[in-house]
Design a protein around this ligand. Sequence first.
Ligand code: 9YT
Length: 172
Amino acid sequence: MADGNEFSFRSPTVVDGGRIWQLVIDAGTLDRNSSYAYVLLCRDFAETCIIAEHFGDLAGFVTGYRPPSRPDTLFVWQVGVAPSARGKGLASALLTKLLGSGGCQGVRFLETTVSPSNEASRALFKSLARRLDANLEESAGFGAELFPESGHEAEPLLRIGPFDISKRRSTG
Ligand code: 9YT
């Protein structure tokens, strides 16, 4: 399996917010949040977000945060990979690096929501759970009725854990 070696990884800064926003538009599969939302994430949640670059171009990102009421949990908001960087294991490498980073110290669960039609993202989290040797549970999450715009699918919740990332840091 590819391991993302051709990419360089780092936490984002505010100037990366607009680049992430552009990648989301180019990727075409994710919810298009405002550029302002990405700038905020890159300022206030930089430690639980990560980007990958390929010779300076943004190749992929993960945005996430630790919900204040559940700090042992990393909520993964979006995972995006540029069309030109697909098929190289980059999404998986981004998640592994993020979980192994200082911002995720003490994290034992990962939560995310993935729409039923997003097979690639579901497969990504299934394989992550396998690698972490952890359970993956699916629950109702957010029903489609919560999203006023037409055509927004339901967002079932995937919860992986518990896991102990400190035992796996060297594999990242
Ligand atoms: C893991 C991931 O990228 N989920 C997508 C959640 C949501 N539909 C969005 O923000 O695109």
